[in-house]
Design a protein around this ligand. Structure first.
Ligand SMILES: Nc1ncnc2c1ncn2[C@@H]1O[C@H](COP(=O)(O)OP(=O)(O)OP(=O)(O)O)[C@@H](O)[C@H]1O
Length: 367
């Protein structure tokens, strides 16, 4: 599966762009702020129906313009797929596959698997647990449609349950039966979500460690641990014990919406003990492991987006990554960088076909 042609109108700082792509390596070179990340983000958008960076769709429309259009022609299972997204200011987006609009955007997730590696991934390390849950959810959703449906339902249940708890407090009256209806839903949905998260992390961990070893040349030990209240208790017990607390707090204090990942370097949190280069290595290894994982479960190689990955890494780590990326194991790759050196290194050490694009103020220019 690969993207053959990309057309963009008014996507962030890109006014108008139309490019034919290589099925293997595509390099984007340009100075800071020229639109390299935006272009990779547009490719991500066509797979995920949203930007990797902002959850507010309207922010993606170019300033002072009234609409944006993204269009990708893909080759998948020997067939052409035309993916279209149009968005007018103040309106809902229109997302189509082969000219037919999706009823639910979740139906599109997983059709065109993709993995983004970006400097913004550092949020996974530095920010709160929500980022890490979002990470697990976005990966699993790409190969398990039911997971995404269950998650959407679970989040609705939590909203309704919290509304009810507030309602009880307002009316000064607690109704066990009406709460139990939502509790039952939570028990069923959380069991399935929990098992899938656990299974995903168990399978991801050894591959992640292997990639970290390759990039760091085996100098450091890293781990990734799934932290969940369900590791030690059943959802039913958790809800029973938290009933009084939930009433007082007026929201649901237990469940898989409290899950987290513990990211460690040696015996310490990578957030506190990892240098910038070690944190970057951790995230790249995690994303490459994610790539392998999705590749095994979906029928294709995911598209790999590598945005500015070499910054902060020492020459040895850069060399290891160059080596990895030049191998045949990946499918279509998009790489951005501010200078040609790293990209030339990759291209000279690989026999894969490639295309080089220069970017200047949101436009493709000759190099
Ligand atoms: N909706 C928008 N309309 C117009 N410009 C936008 C919009 N959103 C973002 N931009 C601009 O896009 C530019 C950033 O582009 P991008 O992040 O793609 O740069 P880059 O080439 O990846 O740079 P770097 O090498 O610094 O990472 C910024 O100048 C930003 O102001």
């Amino acid at each position: 599966m690969h993207l053959k042609r990309l057309s963009l109108i008014n996507y962030k700082n890109i006014k108008e762009l139309e490019i034919e792509l290589s099925p293997k390596i595509n390099c984007f070179i340009g100075n800071n702020g020229m639109g390299k990340t935006n272009l990779l983000d547009a490719v991500y958008y066509l797979s995920f129906c949203k930007s990797y960076f902002s959850s507010t769709d309207q922010l993606n429309i170019k300033h002072d313009e009234l609409f944006m259009v993204l269009e990708g022609n893909y080759q998948r299972k020997e067939m052409d797929e035309l993916i279209y997204c149009g968005l007018k200011r103040g309106q809902k987006k229109n997302f189509k596959r082969n000219k037919k609009e999706y009823k639910k955007l979740s139906e599109h997730i997983g059709l065109l698997p993709i993995v983004m590696v970006s400097p913004a991934d550092v949020r996974l390390i530095t920010d709160g647990s929500e980022e890490r849950r979002k990470y697990m959810d976005s990966v699993i959703s790409q190969y398990d449609r039911k997971y995404l449906d269950d998650l959407i339902r679970y989040n609705r249940v939590i909203l309704q349950r919290n509304k009810l708890l507030k309602d009880f407090a307002r009316r000064g009256k607690f109704e066990e039966d009406s709460l139990s209806i939502w509790d039952e839903q939570m028990v069923i949905l959380s069991a399935s979500i929990y098992e899938k998260r656990k299974d995903f992390l168990n399978k991801l961990m050894p591959v992640f460690q292997e990639y970290y070893n390759i990039i760091s040349q085996g100098n450091e030990r890293v781990t990734l641990e799934y932290k969940s209240q369900l590791n030690a208790h059943s959802m039913r017990d958790l809800l029973r014990h938290a009933r009084l607390k939930d009433q007082v707090m007026q929201y649901t204090t237990v469940g898989i919406h409290k899950d987290d990942l513990i990211l460690s370097l040696g015996d310490y949190p990578i957030k506190k003990m990892g240098s910038q280069g070690q944190q970057k290595t951790y995230l790249i290894a995690l994303k490459l492991a994610q790539f392998e994982f999705i590749k095994k479960l979906s029928e294709y190689n995911p598209i790999l987006l590598l945005d500015d990955i070499f910054d902060k890494l020492d020459a040895e780590r850069v060399e290891q990554i160059v080596h990895l990326v030049s191998e045949e194991r990946f499918g279509q790759i998009f790489i951005s960088d501010t200078n040609r050196d790293h990209l030339d290194q990759i291209l000279s050490s690989s026999n894969l076909t490639y295309k080089l694009f220069g970017l200047n103020n949101g436009s493709v220019v000759g190099l």
